[in-house]
Ligand binder design. Structure first.
Ligand SMILES: Cc1cc2nc3c(=O)[nH]c(=O)nc-3n(C[C@H](O)[C@H](O)[C@H](O)COP(=O)(O)O)c2cc1C
Length: 158
């Protein structure tokens, strides 16, 4: 059985989280994994039993491509073990967004802090972060990422 890890990522930090989740499942739990972006992930859906979707928060909403993947494939995902990881710059996930995430009926969800790297952002995005009084930095907690990733093996990602 293969676990599909879908990485919806605009600047790469959520992709690295998705890759680390896939790596710990593979190395520590012997699970066959594949990591794909939202464009290439659909072709795997028919052949996998478990799907982990990792997507960031942008401008107070779930990343458009990641949310579109969850919405478009809702029926197929309902027949599989689904896990959702949200990444964001804020210390905590807005409860309104948590409610949106919960509505997908995943077996488990996690909020894993991401990275807001000033050098990777264009002028407009930098201004948006500054206006929102957001912080720049790499807030990813790799211990939390790995421990959540490993925990999925006992809950259907195997
Ligand atoms: C323009 C912009 C808007 C953002 N808006 C939010 C936000 O509303 N809430 C939040 O928690 N993080 C916000 N972030 C932080 C991102 O969620 C974080 O940088 C995430 O790790 C980005 O993932 P990516 O590198 O895979 O694109 C924002 C980042 C940018 C650049």
């Amino acid at each position: 059985m293969t676990t599909l890890v879908v990485a919806s990522s605009q600047h790469g930090s959520t992709r690295e989280i998705a890759e680390r989740i896939a790596e710990v499942l593979r190395v520590n739990k012997g699970v066959t994994t594949v990591v794909e972006d939202t464009k290439d992930a659909p072709k795997w859906l028919a052949t996998v039993d478990a799907v982990v979707v990792a997507l960031p928060v942008y401008g107070g909403s779930l990343d458009k491509a990641g949310k579109a993947f969850l919405d478009t494939h809702r029926a197929e995902l309902a027949d599989r073990s689904l896990f959702i990881a949200v990444s964001g710059g804020s210390p905590e996930l807005d409860p309104k967004l948590q409610a949106v995430v919960d509505a997908y009926g995943a077996r488990d969800t996690a909020y894993l802090r991401g990275a807001v790297t000033e050098e990777k952002l264009g002028f407009k995005d930098k201004m948006l972060i500054k206006l929102a009084k957001g912080q720049f930095g790499d807030f990813r907690n790799w211990d939390a990422v790995e421990s959540w990733g490993k925990s999925l093996a006992a809950r259907g990602a195997n």
